[in-house]
Design a protein. Sequence first.
Length: 397
Amino acid sequence: MDKIIVKDLVKIFGDHPEKAVKLLKKGCAKGEILKKVNQTVGIYDINFSVSEGEIFVLMGLSGCGKSTLLRCINRLIEPTSGAITIDGEDITSAAPQVIREMRRKKISMVFQCFALFPHRTVLDNAAYGLEIQGVPTAQRRERAAQVLETVGLKGWENSMPQQLSGGMQQRVGLARALTNNPDILLMDEAFSALDPLIRKSMQDELLSLHNALNKTIIFVTHDLDEALKIGDHIALMNNGTIVQIGTAEDILTNPVNGYVEKFVEDVDRTKVLTAEGVMKPPDPVVFFKDGPRVALRLMREHGISSIFAVTRERRLAGIVQAEDALQAVKEHREELKNIIIEDVPRVSVDTPVIDIIPVIADTKFPVAVTQDDGKLAGILVKGSVLAGMVRKGDNNA
């Protein structure tokens, strides 16, 4: 179910946005519009939806419009035109008191700069959102303490922000956002001020929290590796517009233009691509009811020396080798079950390629890719894995 829907959203900074919109429709670039009519294009023609419980990443270079877009969603910045729908309600036309209530209870924001009160303890910082809602002191402190424990800050409740490391301060900011128990978290470059080790730890922390709490999150970053790691879907932005939306594999394997190709060219694809993205179709297969003659015929027709055997429900049973099937035919045996090798290498559809490579290197068989219910989803051989890792359009790999 769509939690957030953004449709035809535009934000122009200036006194005469209609002039900029007119030029945008003619195909003028941001710089040209600024020069001609002194209007700054923040975002233009933005369309996307976010499902409930999804982590949706807005990414791109500095100045691409991602933070402007994020702030339009909770109306810290007023859109010029377009619609933002949250839980079926168009908030672009909502009254100020409705927006204030939404910010208090439905949407929380985590900032890059932490924005903690230096004169308040960690506990009181975390409880601030409930304080402005008028929640009694004991109740809000109890809730804040629970959330601080969730983000790994139990025992630091009475400390002051300056006594904490950068990563711990960011956890306080995250706790403050979560204490309100919002449906939606907006995170604006939340980890970019942290050093690499703490940043990785916070990314892992966010994924753990998301698994536990299942919040809908829109996360802004300019770091591609971060986006690929945490995003269910990624919207890649450039010059105020969305260039491409997709999963990490979509963007890596099917970039829509040269800009996206350039953006992702240095990514270690083995850490992002999964078995599902590089596997071959699971055909041919042989069923339990088929005998060794059928297995041999299929192998001969397809030029292969082994074939996967599956049940009637297409659950993986094992693999049959040509020499074993040939021996069974010579001995007039009609069943497959005695020549199926059950102990075969297998991986799940979401196994990263980096974990598949050693499996393929250590086996003489193709590798089976299975779904959660054990059904055969695909087949991996060295050639298909290497081919899947080659960039689209790269003829030299």
